[in-house]
Design a protein around this ligand. Structure first.
Ligand SMILES: *Cc1c(COP(=O)(O)O)cnc(C)c1O
Length: 431
């Protein structure tokens, strides 16, 4: 199957990380997110090793926590020795709750409020990745009030089209993120950062987009960023200590998606970085990367129970499940591809073409269209594979549907990382 943690056991059931998924569905109820803790550690280790090997000392992956965020994941990431990228005070709060070492945290986003900035500084945040001039001024002022010299990176827009869905493309000149090199704005930001009080410019950041399978856009971005590093050295005698090349490596969701060898990709990017540094006569900065999707996607599956099967003549077949866009909005948002299977009948012939519909009052509430399954029946367990990234973290309570539990499984056993929401939880904030 797609990944080594997906197998079929003797009962003909889908097993995940060695666990019978039909048993898990029975024991914990559905809808249920299941996360393979060992695979998570393996993915972290792969990034740490690849970056050390190819970029050398000081290089570090930062886990982009927006992909999957709860307290336990910060503990796991911290233990692996990774840093993290956060995009809101809510994520920062979660990291604080988990005891994550905040000196290794980088605060992103194109509109950090004064409250965000104050909260982060009070908690000893390592770095802000500064998006714009207003934010730079606000950080300078608030850091001053707290008597802090705040470390920052500047978010730079390299002007790259990474050939991905436009909703997840972030590095082009007209992006809402960062300051463009092309327009000269990036240099103005450097000047302001260097003359600002209570801020220490440590380097630069770029992030070109997500779900990118080709290596070229990453190499191009590295080339452009090092050209910028060299120009900044020439103009301002500024030595770039940190260069953060962002996240975005693609993930195989279906058999049609290509394999991506992340170690080989990192090796290629590293050779560009080294070559450019030599060419331009600049010292190689410490390199950071921010993988999110490629750290967590294949660590997760979602289990549902089939409720009904509707055959509309020759037109279409719908299989309805006890979840949908509230726990996985990605098909509704981007038309994202997923692999779907019947977990309790994993070996049966898949000859029934159908669309998987959620339970919301919304025709667009679909998980996938045109998938092949053995003809399902009420009570079957349906598994959607590779849902570790941007599922739980994007979940909502639309239609007042309680969010599923997140169950961690692995060699050390099974444990609930996030308990299932109750109806009481749903009204907790109502007056
Ligand atoms: C979303 C995001 C990431 C992670 O992207 P993935 O595609 O999940 O690897 C990294 N950095 C920034 C700034 C982001 O916005």
């Amino acid at each position: 199957m797609l990944y080594s943690n997906l197998t079929v056991n003797e009962q003909g059931h889908l097993a995940f990380a060695g666990y019978d998924t039909v048993e898990l569905a029975k024991k914990y109820g559905t809808a249920l997110y299941v996360i393979d803790e060992d695979k998570l550690r393996e993915n972290c280790r792969m990034y740490i090793d690849a970056m050390e090997k190819h970029f050398g000392g000081g290089a570090m992956p930062l886990y982009a926590s927006k992909a999957l965020c709860f307290t336990e994941i910060y503990r796991i990431i911290a233990k692996c020795g990774m840093g993290t990228d956060i995009v809101s005070s809510g994520e920062l709060y979660t990291a604080v709750k988990a005891g994550f070492p905040l000196e290794k945290a980088f605060f992103h986003g194109n509109n950090k409020t004064d409250a965000d900035i104050e909260y982060a500084i009070k908690n000893g945040l390592g770095y802000f990745v500064v998006d714009n001039e207003e934010e730079l001024d606000a950080i300078s002022e608030i850091a001053g009030a707290y008597g802090v010299m705040q470390k920052i990176l500047l978010r730079i827009t390299p002007g790259i089209d990474p050939h991905t869905h436009k909703a997840i493309m972030t590095g082009s000149v007209d992006s809402k993120f960062g300051s463009a090199i092309e327009t000269g704005r990036a240099y103005e930001m450097v000047e302001m950062a260097l003359s600002g009080s209570n801020i220490v410019l440590k380097g630069f950041h770029c992030h070109i987009g997500s779900q990118i399978f080709e290596c070229d856009p990453f190499c191009d971005a590295a080339d452009i960023m090092l050209g910028f590093v060299a120009e900044v050295k020439k103009r301002y005698s500024f030595k770039t200590e940190l260069l953060n090349l962002g996240g975005g490596f693609g993930v195989r969701y279906t058999e049609e998606d290509p394999y991506i060898d992340i170690d080989a990709n990192i090796a290629q990017v590293a050779s560009h970085v080294k070559k450019r540094c030599e060419e331009f006569g600049v010292d190689m900065p410490k390199i950071l990367m921010e993988p999110g999707r490629s750290i967590v996607a294949n660590t997760g599956i979602t289990l549902y129970t089939v409720g009904s099967v509707k055959e509309i003549g020759e037109l279409k077949n719908y299989v309805s499940i006890d979840g949908g866009m509230p726990d996985n909005p990605r098909y509704a948002l981007y038309g994202s591809a997923y692999t779907v299977m019947l977990a309790n009948r994993a070996e049966e012939k898949a000859d029934f073409k159908c669309s998987i519909a959620g339970r919301c009052c919304e025709s667009g509430d679909l998980i996938q269209e045109g998938v092949m399954l053995p003809r399902p029946k009420r009570g079957d367990t349906l598994a959607v594979l590779v849902t570790g990234a941007y599922n739980y973290s994007m979940a909502s309570n639309y239609n007042k549907i309680p969010r599923p539990a997140v169950l961690l499984v692995g060699k050390s056993g099974e444990r609930i990382a996030v308990r299932r929401e109750t109806f009481e939880d749903l009204c907790l904030l109502d007056n």
